[in-house]
Ligand binder design. Structure first.
Ligand SMILES: [Zn+2]
Length: 436
């Protein structure tokens, strides 16, 4: 199969005008000028996409797909207030509701060109549903609020694979996340990190997301104190920044540091030296009044950056290009080319999956998105106009997932299941909002 477009943007090489990608057995066999590939492969089945740009499938570095059914249910407010509503909504959901919510999030991700995620998972459903829909990436089992001694049982109960390298491999990788320094105590932070490193699994932690988190760590005060007293066993305010605290515990090594809105120049140096990467979530940070990360300083520090939508409980959609436009608005000095890299190869690097996702190269799985976008500068054109509204086609693992702008997989049953979940969560929230 040969696919032609006005532009091929491989990310690891220069854009190819009037380019083509040759596929063989679900993999990229070759890419180059369309006329050359057409001449060498006269018998190939051809899909022409005039007026379009073909790029690698996008990498959404931070999602909570399981929370997709909460879209629009919790208003914008400071993070520590918003967080109180999450367990209320969550506890109203059955396993089937959560599965429908994950499926809806996965399909919406793919429908906007995403082929890999860094997802916070709460059990094995996220990874199995993602596999069914064609979504790959890293799935971090979230374990929080327990004593270290309870960790083996908690992992067992959450059906975390006993051998994550065998249990999930290839396009699907496993990881662990202890959520944050105010919901997991120091021993649990270290224990989860130790297991992840010993198993060559991934590790992620939310860090420096809100002013309240900094206030808690620096001074032991503020609106997160009750939560940390209840969940973070053994926590004592260290009097240093969240990044320094996690570094002192030794858990930033190879970690994906999520958010990092409240970081100092010194923190940025620590992140660059230790972390696997930083996931930026500008729209969620704005929704939860957390401010903006120092994007320019992080971008210049050498730490790998990824871009994440976070969950639909704190964002309006899972469209990574909408997130990218928010990033650019906050930091106009960041070039379109760098932002496209953050959405693809560099974002994949933050998750440790750049060897498989984020660029178009011979020998790799056929993972790409085609947008009805064209212009003399393909990076700028993509950043200006690509997204759910201009998607033409998506292929992941060599299978068409979106064709003629529509998901190939039937979505009506998934949407219905997710509507039921949203209704339950909405009722639970309505009866509890007056309590807060
Ligand atoms: Zn998150």
């Amino acid at each position: 199969m040969l696919i032609t477009a006005d532009w091929i943007v491989p990310v690891t090489g220069e854009p190819i005008r009037n380019g083509a990608v040759l596929l063989s057995r679900g993999r990229i066999a070759e890419l180059g000028p369309a006329n050359e590939l057409l001449a060498r492969n006269p018998d190939a089945r051809i899909h022409n996409y005039p007026g379009c740009t073909l790029m690698p499938g996008l990498v959404n570095a931070h999602t909570h797909l399981a929370m997709s059914c909460l879209k629009g249910l919790i208003p914008s407010q400071p993070f520590h207030e918003w967080l109180k509503h999450i367990p209320v909504a969550w506890n109203a959901l059955s396993d089937d509701d959560i599965a429908a919510s994950i499926a809806m999030g996965a399909l919406r991700s793919i429908a906007s060109g995403v082929v890999a995620v860094g997802d916070i998972a709460y059990g094995p459903e996220s990874i199995s549903i993602a596999a069914d829909t064609g979504l790959g990436g890293v799935f971090f089992w979230e374990i929080l609020g327990i004593e270290l001694e309870g960790l083996p049982q908690a992992l067992y109960d959450a059906e975390y694979p006993s051998d994550p390298l065998r249990g999930c491999q290839g396009r699907l990788r496993c990881g662990i996340s202890p959520h944050a320094s105010y919901t997991s105590g120091p021993r649990l932070l270290q224990g989860t990190h130790k297991i992840a490193m010993a198993q060559s699994a991934a590790f992620a932690v939310h860090v420096a997301e809100s002013p309240a988190e900094v206030e808690l760590l620096m001074r032991g005060q503020g609106p997160l104190t009750r939560l940390s007293d209840r969940l973070a066993a053994g926590f004592e305010a260290p009097g240093i920044t969240p990044v320094r605290y996690l570094d002192r515990l030794g858990v930033l090594e190879q970690a994906l540091a999520i958010h990092c809105t409240r970081v100092t120049p010194g923190d940025i140096g620590v992140l660059a030296a230790k972390a696997a990467g930083v996931a930026l979530c500008p729209r969620s940070n704005a929704y939860l009044e957390g401010g903006s990360a120092p994007i320019r300083a992080l971008a210049d520090s050498g730490v790998a950056l990824g871009l994440g939508t976070d969950s639909l409980a704190s964002n309006s959609d899972l469209d990574l290009f909408e997130e990218a436009r928010a990033l650019q608005a906050l930091e106009p000095s960041l070039s379109a080319r760098r932002i496209i890299e953050i959405m693809t190869r560099e974002g994949a690097a933050t998750l440790g999956i750049a060897g498989r996702f984020g660029s178009i190269e011979p020998g790799r799985d056929a993972d790409f998105a085609i947008f009805a976008v064209s212009g003399d500068d393909p990076h700028a054109s993509l950043l200006a106009d690509a997204g759910r509204s201009t998607i033409q086609a998506v292929m992941s693992a060599g299978v068409w997932r979106v064709l003629s702008s529509s998901p190939v997989m039937g979505v009506s049953r998934v949407e219905r299941g997710s509507c039921i979940a949203a209704e339950k969560a909405s009722l639970a929230l309505a009866s509890s909002m007056s309590d807060f």
